[in-house]
Design a protein around this ligand. Structure first.
Ligand code: ZN
Length: 167
């Protein structure tokens, strides 16, 4: 009888087989949420082979993807407004309608003399570095005290080109 029951169990589809409590305890919450926000920034890419080394700008669309350990009582990762008030608002306050220039760029001092609103960033401002900076440097402090963490950022420079960083 025991042997029969065992073979019956293994013939079930995977979704109906008894679960292993050990693997359940390390399961990740499978839900993510993403909110996007558009900002307008100038930049230039030091060392670029072509015209991106010139001062120019983009209408950046930044996609923030967050995860949480569990869901709230309504079944949400978090209310979207929290992402807006923490992450999107940071973009508005710090980068929107400003020039992002690498702190090691030889043009930085001169540009800041002309316009003190120029932002010195600690990286060559390509989309990959912008995404990584937001995930690793900016978000941890901004989301401290909330149940979510930022796990992925996608930066669209144009409708055709984007870069992403995820953890
Ligand atoms: Zn560019």
């Amino acid at each position: 009888m025991a042997r029969l029951r065992a073979s019956w169990r293994t013939s079930l589809p995977v979704a109906q087989q008894p679960r292993n409590p050990q693997s359940e305890s390390i399961a990740r919450n499978p839900y993510q949420i993403t909110r996007k926000h558009e900002i307008h920034c100038g930049h230039r890419v030091c060392g670029h082979e072509g015209k991106c080394r010139n001062l120019h700008g983009h209408a950046y669309v930044i996609h923030f993807t967050c995860e949480a350990e569990g869901l709230d009582p309504l079944g949400r990762v978090i209310e979207f407004g929290v992402i807006k008030s923490h992450l999107c608002q940071w973009l508005e306050d710090n980068w929107d309608h400003r020039m992002l220039i690498w702190a090691q760029d030889h043009m930085l001092d001169e540009l800041r003399t002309i316009d003190p609103s120029v932002v010195a960033v600690p990286f060559n401002p390509i989309a990959e570095n912008i995404a990584a900076h937001l995930v690793t440097r900016v978000a941890p402090d901004l989301l401290a005290g909330t149940p979510v963490r930022l796990v992925r950022v996608q930066v669209d420079e144009t409708s055709k080109c984007s870069a992403a960083y995820y953890v």
